[in-house]
Design a protein around this ligand. Sequence first.
Ligand SMILES: NC(=O)c1ccc[n+]([C@@H]2O[C@H](COP(=O)([O-])OP(=O)(O)OC[C@H]3O[C@@H](n4cnc5c(N)ncnc54)[C@H](O)[C@@H]3O)[C@@H](O)[C@H]2O)c1
Length: 304
Amino acid sequence: MNGWNGRRVVVAGGAGFIGRHLTRALVAAGADVAVVDDLSTGRDMGLAPLTVADVTSLDRLPIAAEVVFNLACPASPRAYQADPVQTWKTSVLGTMRLAELALAAGARIVQASTSEVYGDPLLHPQTEDYPGNVALTGPRACYDEGKRAAEVLLYDMARMAGLDVRVARVFNTYGPGMALGDGRALPAFIEAARAGEPLRLEGGGAQTRSFCHVSDMVRGLMALALCDAAAAMPVNLGNPDERTIREAAETVVRLTGSRSPLVEVAPAANDPRRRCPDITRARSLLGWEPVVGFEAGLRSMLDD
Ligand SMILES: NC(=O)c1ccc[n+]([C@@H]2O[C@H](COP(=O)([O-])OP(=O)(O)OC[C@H]3O[C@@H](n4cnc5c(N)ncnc54)[C@H](O)[C@@H]3O)[C@@H](O)[C@H]2O)c1
């Protein structure tokens, strides 16, 4: 596959944060895009025709797709823990349904998996071969294990039925259009800094994250979708620029000119201590790496 011009693409979860940026970029590249979304955490911005549906019970693809992106799944811990059974269903049964429909249509499916498949990693930075350290019964398991099961399913369907699969292991992504109030660190920090309220550092803020700007992520997802060499292996997409949550909060305070203090609060259950992608595979297979620095990326959120 090469190029997006004229290509028929379904974006499941296309009304969500990353999905809206992806849909906009695909449309700009000339693709014929249709969105499927239940609008549980997303909102319709009219970027492409929308079918409002739950992917777990989708009866057909809205267009004869050549590529199906599966981003349908709440991503913030607050959203995915609100109804863990629905999160698991969406991850596993929703992926299965989309994979069946993609297979029947002869389409490629591109799965937005997650760095959470590595759990609280003992290997650092995380390579795709690392099997992970996930708490099976914790409050994050519906999401982490749901995404792991979805990968298992997709690769089994690839082996058994010839499903054409690409799997992106998406690391923390941020940028304009993130939902405020959904509990994710950067929007929460920005909201607090702007309101002059304390920025809450769960567990003290020494845990690290690697924040990837959504424009870099979208470029990576689109490159992965077109890459024939990336079949049969997951690819980490994320920014290897690792920083502590405390440093991120301090940067938000500085860039907003806020006088908000940082306060330490109790840790969230099973919060990973370190998070940083090894992107050797993405660099070599896709020629991809992030280009937006953290401060420039934060400014794009502040301007939003
Ligand atoms: N944002 C990140 O940092 C991040 C990190 C790792 C992985 N991911 C993955 O990327 C994808 C998109 O994340 P996001 O940040 O845009 O999240 P988001 O919550 O903003 O978007 C998810 C979208 O999926 C829709 N959705 C949820 N359940 C659905 C269902 N059953 N049927 C149809 N639509 C449904 C929601 O309404 C929403 O529009 C998710 O699969 C997520 O797991 C995101």
